[in-house]
Unconditional design. Structure first.
Length: 218
């Protein structure tokens, strides 16, 4: 006995809706809040731990340049020097991007936006950043996801005026004693930003902003 056209249409419609829902779930939305914060804080110096493809660096800096005359960006990443062992240790699910490719993207951005300058620093932040004390107007930390790496990144950049961290997990499937910023921000005044995404492990992930009593925030 065949399936009626009406049932086939309903099944096709349901499949389309499921595909659309999966696309929404797969496309992270929490990062939109970073640009909102850039518009509020109008930074002239921006640091990003976990530059990856450079696309977010470009978005942040171009957004900031709407409000200020100059922006200097410093990005840390392992770039193409990453490997599967490191990905496992740091719970990294992103593909690896070559530093040269990211450099070309930001150099093109600089040629189209006067006042934009940048530096890219390759290597593990345990070697290139930890133990230092650097300060920026706006810092975004989203490099390695292990507690030790995040803690070292934050300590090196804690003098920054505004700090946002990724990887605040809820749901109980990810061990937050080993991964994420949960344990770090327990000891800090902070605000968990409202937009969340789903990670493949099944937990929810959000951004966190350190809140200073001496600095105005949203």
């Amino acid at each position: 006995m065949g399936t009626s056209p009406g049932r086939r249409n309903q099944s096709a419609t349901a499949a389309i809706r499921l595909d659309a829902l999966n696309a929404i779930v797969a496309q992270p939305r929490r990062y939109e809040q970073i640009l909102d914060l850039i518009e509020v804080f109008k930074p002239m110096t921006i640091c990003e731990v976990g530059t990856w493809s450079g696309c977010r660096a470009k978005e942040m800096c171009v957004t900031a340049l709407k409000y200020v005359d100059s922006v200097h960006y410093v990005g840390f990443d392992v770039f193409e020097d990453g490997n599967d062992e490191l990905d496992d240790a740091e719970l990294n699910g992103k593909t690896r991007c070559a530093m040269e490719t990211v450099y070309r993207l930001l150099a093109e951005t600089a040629s189209n936006h006067s006042g934009f300058t940048f530096e890219l620093i390759k290597g593990l932040t345990s070697n290139t950043l930890h133990g230092k004390s650097l300060a920026f107007d706006f810092t975004y930390i989203d490099g390695g996801h292990s507690v030790g790496t995040i803690d070292g990144d934050y300590r090196a950049l804690k003098a920054s005026r505004h700090i946002v961290l990724d990887d605040f997990y809820t749901g109980g499937k990810i061990d937050t004693k080993s991964y994420g910023c949960n344990s770090l921000v327990k000891g800090l005044p902070h605000l968990v930003l409202p937009i969340y995404d789903c990670v493949k492990e099944g937990d929810l992930v959000q951004l966190v902003m350190r809140v200073s009593p001496t600095v105005a925030c949203l």
